[in-house]
Ligand binder design. Structure first.
Ligand SMILES: [Zn+2]
Length: 154
């Protein structure tokens, strides 16, 4: 299943054959296919984008850029991406390392008025003393309660 913030499983052509990509992409529902094409331009391998473009054409669905997808399919966008276009496009794929148990998250600014996502900073702590910044993220909550993360550009 494609994760909402992108399509990490397609990032390396060496780990997924074109055939596996093709059968996955062609099997997506319309909404997932629209989102994959609109939001995967920077992160998916070229083969996946080409197959998605072809499959959209076959179904008679216009291929949309991220901005067009945000404009035309707002509910669909929010349902699985969680972030508004601004918060999405000023961040990249990436979530905190789940193994970093000695870390804490602190708010690092106001929630976005459009999508309620919150900028946070993850710090490594020892005995509650913050030692080092591990990463800066933006976190949003999908309607179904799932938290989604994006890495903020430094
Ligand atoms: Zn936002």
């Amino acid at each position: 299943m494609i994760r909402s913030s992108g399509g990490g499983e397609f990032m390396s052509e060496s780990t997924a054959s074109t055939h596996a990509i093709e059968s996955h992409v062609r099997g997506l529902c319309d909404a997932d296919l629209r989102r994959l094409y609109a939001t995967g331009q920077d992160t998916l391998v070229e083969a996946a984008i080409a197959i998605a473009r072809d499959e959209l054409a076959r179904r008679g669905i216009p291929p949309r850029s991220a901005a067009e997808y945000w404009r035309d399919c707002r509910d669909e966008w929010f349902e699985t991406i969680g972030f508004c276009l601004e918060c999405w496009s000023t961040t990249t794929e990436g979530e905190p390392d789940p193994r970093s148990f000695q870390t804490a998250f602190d708010p690092d600014g106001d929630p976005c008025p459009d999508c309620d996502s919150v900028p946070v900073v993850q710090t490594l702590r020892v005995l509650f003393i913050p030692l080092r910044v591990m990463g800066r993220f933006r976190v949003a909550r999908l309607d179904r309660g799932v938290l989604v993360w994006r890495k903020r550009r430094e």
